[in-house]
Design a protein. Structure first.
Length: 119
């Protein structure tokens, strides 16, 4: 079991692709198309209460996306298309690593349920 919320401990997760202690995080309220649902778990929250990392999954659907804090993601499974408001597209598949700056705005379309480790 990973350490959760500590400020001086290491947080380690051996197999994030099969980790199944996920909570219901909600159905996406502002869908553009479909009915997408999110589950996840926060593994660690830093002392500043802003930095965190965890596991996130989402079922297929299409919605608007506004990144409020810079985020680093390593996608473990699924297929997704992220489209920035300027039209730049990112095709996500297992193994893709993406860093989003604070304020990134666009859309997210999950084609196959996606799982990522985020920070």
């Amino acid at each position: 079991m990973p350490e959760r919320g500590g400020t001086t401990t290491q947080s380690v997760l051996e197999d994030p692709a099969s980790y199944d202690d996920l909570s219901d995080w909600r159905t996406v309220p502002d869908m553009l198309e479909g009915h997408s649902h999110t589950e996840g778990t926060m593994i660690h929250k830093g002392p500043d209460r802003r930095s965190e990392w965890g596991i996130w999954t989402r079922t297929p659907g299409h919605w608007g996306c506004d990144v409020e804090r810079a985020e680093f993601c390593h996608f473990l499974s699924g297929r997704t298309t992220l489209t920035h408001e300027d039209g730049d597209r990112i095709e996500i598949e297992p193994g893709t690593v993406v860093s989003f700056p604070e304020g990134w705005v666009g859309t997210c379309e999950v084609h196959e349920t996606v799982r990522k480790v985020y920070m």
